[in-house]
Ligand binder design. Structure first.
Ligand code: NI
Length: 135
């Protein structure tokens, strides 16, 4: 088994708000992240695919294909978007780094025809990231 990782970047804004809590509780729990006007992040995404090397190509998968899938499924959906308002999954889920990573997994996993998705690593800042392995 060998692991291939592709990196991509996107910018998006969000805010943290739990509709089942009162405005005061939201402010206490999320602090300045609760500001409904949102704030932006430059996210760095690493998508790792696990697979076996195809002896005909010497590769697990064509990295151009992975780039195309990433672009179509994730970047077009999230780049320069207000995640809470423009990405349907986050109408009902708080767009934390954790939940964004899971959503990216759910978008990509069914689109991979070669190898299998192994890990989504999502950096919210250069010193903070989340790993998701699909379980
Ligand atoms: Ni934030």
């Amino acid at each position: 088994m060998i692991y291939v990782t592709r990196k991509a970047e996107f910018s998006a804004s969000h805010y943290y708000h739990n509709p089942s809590l009162s405005p005061e509780e939201n402010r206490r729990m999320f602090g300045k992240c609760n500001n409904p006007h949102g704030h932006g992040h430059n996210y760095t995404l690493e998508v790792t695919v696990a697979g076996e090397i195809d002896p005909a190509t010497g590769m697990v998968l064509d990295l151009k294909d992975l780039k195309r899938i990433l672009e179509a499924e994730v970047i077009q959906l999230m780049d320069h978007k207000f995640l809470n308002k423009e990405v349907p999954a986050f109408a009902s889920k708080i767009p934390t780094t954790e939940n964004i990573a899971i959503e990216i997994w759910n978008l990509l996993a069914p689109k991979l025809t070669v190898g299998r998705l192994h890990r989504i690593r999502l950096y919210e800042t250069p010193d903070l990231f989340v790993d998701y392995y699909g379980d």
